[in-house]
Design a protein around this ligand. Structure first.
Ligand code: ATP
Length: 209
């Protein structure tokens, strides 16, 4: 199996890339989706978040007020570290389970916002970094996702920079143009670097890097 990590800053276009790789035939593990699952009502992590940040971050229906929590933690490094200490191990455990359940051959894609920050890229055979300049990301997230500009900027400041990601990237995909251009770049990556490699792996002629 060829393991591919896909990362990038918030709003860079990771989901677009991993979705396309899924359509092309990769098995996709989405750490963003896992991050949402581990704080669903009834999950131990949600209980710990309530204990640490107060009942105010939980809605009357028992679900996490993600925007409220984001506004609390992103400007405050200590609070952010405390949240990470609660959710990080739960996310890692669930991702490890999903990885163990992945097919033994073919291409396995790991969509992970904090691949670089957590040093997890070392486990991947290939690290793909999606890059979009900060102002474009802010505009997309505010206009299309309805996020508050200040929250987006705080999140960006808490994440690795594009330079730090680039330092560990095997492949950099630029997403400053139209979505179709990004999809075309993913198709190219698949055709030139992924599909042939996976075929070779299946036939046992390539080893891990
Ligand atoms: P997150 O970090 O929040 O998981 P992400 O890196 O997975 O984000 P996407 O969800 O793929 O990024 O894209 C972020 C937002 O920008 C989405 O609303 C998406 O529709 C939009 N978007 C992505 N690429 C483009 C593009 N090339 N042109 C215009 N809008 C785009």
């Amino acid at each position: 199996m060829l393991r591919v990590g896909v990362t990038g800053g918030i709003g860079s276009g990771k989901s677009t890339v991993s979705r396309r790789l899924g359509e092309l035939g990769a098995h996709v593990v989405d750490a963003d989706a896992v991050a949402r699952e581990v704080v669903e009502p009834g999950e131990p992590a949600l209980q710990r978040i309530r204990e640490r940040f107060g009942q105010g971050v939980v809605r009357p229906d028992g679900s996490l007020d993600r925007a409220g929590l984001a506004a609390l933690v992103f400007p405050d490094r200590v609070a952010l570290d405390a949240l990470d200490a609660i959710t990080g191990p739960a996310i890692s455990a669930r991702v490890a389970e999903l990885r163990a359940a992945a097919p033994r051959s073919g291409i396995s894609v790991y969509d992970m916002p904090l691949l670089v920050e957590r040093g997890l890229w070392v486990h991947e055979h290939l690290s793909v970094v999606v890059e979009t300049d900060v102002e474009t990301r802010v505009r997309r997230l505010v206009d299309q996702r309805g996020l508050a500009e200040q929250d987006v900027r705080h999140r960006i400041a808490a994440q690795a920079t594009d330079e730090q990601r680039r330092a560990v990237a095997d492949v950099v995909l630029d997403n400053s143009g139209a979505p179709e251009e990004l999809v075309r770049a993913v198709d190219d990556l698949w055709a030139t670097r992924l599909e042939p490699y996976a075929a070779n792996l299946v036939h046992g002629t390539r080893s891990r890097r």
